[in-house]
Write a protein that binds this ligand. Sequence first.
Ligand SMILES: C[S@@+](CC[C@H](N)C(=O)[O-])C[C@H]1O[C@@H](n2cnc3c(N)ncnc32)[C@H](O)[C@@H]1O
Length: 275
Amino acid sequence: MNQDQEPEATRRGASDTESSRASRGWWDRNADEYQSEHGAFLGDDRFVWGPEGLDEADAALLGPAAELKGRRILEIGAGAAQCSRWLAAQGARPVALDLSHRQLQHALRIADGAATEAAGGTDLVEADAGALPFRDGSFDLACSAYGALPFVADPVRVLREVRRVLRPGGRFVFSVTHPIRWAFPDEPGPEGLSVAASYFDRTPYVEQDGTGRAVYVEHHRTLGDRVRDVVAGGFRLVDLVEPEWPEWNAQEWGGWSPLRGHLIPGTAIFVCVAE
Ligand SMILES: C[S@@+](CC[C@H](N)C(=O)[O-])C[C@H]1O[C@@H](n2cnc3c(N)ncnc32)[C@H](O)[C@@H]1O
């Protein structure tokens, strides 16, 4: 197939293996563009939950910042580990895990340029969120800002893995695209405000090459599905945060925009406690 040919966007089934393979390839190929487009908004050591710009420094969804000191924290789908660097600056001991080698190379690049060791210091692990290379109960907390969960076919497998490596009572806080967005075209303008698909259609969004091989996959779960997944994963849901679009944020991020953000939620953040 001609490498320059645009992939075809479709809705079709995609297994766990096909989804992981597509994600690794896509993020390796697109990490440079992602970091150059969104790196300034994310900040080198800010912890932002999504395109609305909700900051963990204000939201304290993992608990008060003063209580993060000394905590061992696992970040899933960390990308360039911006969130982990904020956690390290609070005195926590984060481990940033991602499937994509290129994303983690950006983490190294930013750490190399960090002014202080605290701002640079975070362990990096290249692995799939569905098979975590850690001992049972080895983390106090876990977090994920749009990492892994929107892209996996079997989110319960990931949640069970996170539950396994957390100590009982530990929090896992993760953000994903708000499920309602799947009913609308992924466009920032007014065309993104009219329902175009069934919210209840769980068929994954797949981009495939000329041979039919998936090169990008996103999986849709309804809000109820996500709650059931959290419970099946061994967690209790203690909060579901739908950040409102703040006045200060004029920045578009793909289909997330001030126009749509003022009208419909774009991000869902699940605050869970390991049972
Ligand atoms: C939208 S980016 C979010 C990165 C970072 N949290 C941020 O806010 O910039 C999604 C990340 O999830 C990672 N990812 C996707 N599927 C994964 C999987 N199965 N296991 C681990 N990481 C995965 C990708 O490589 C990518 O870095």
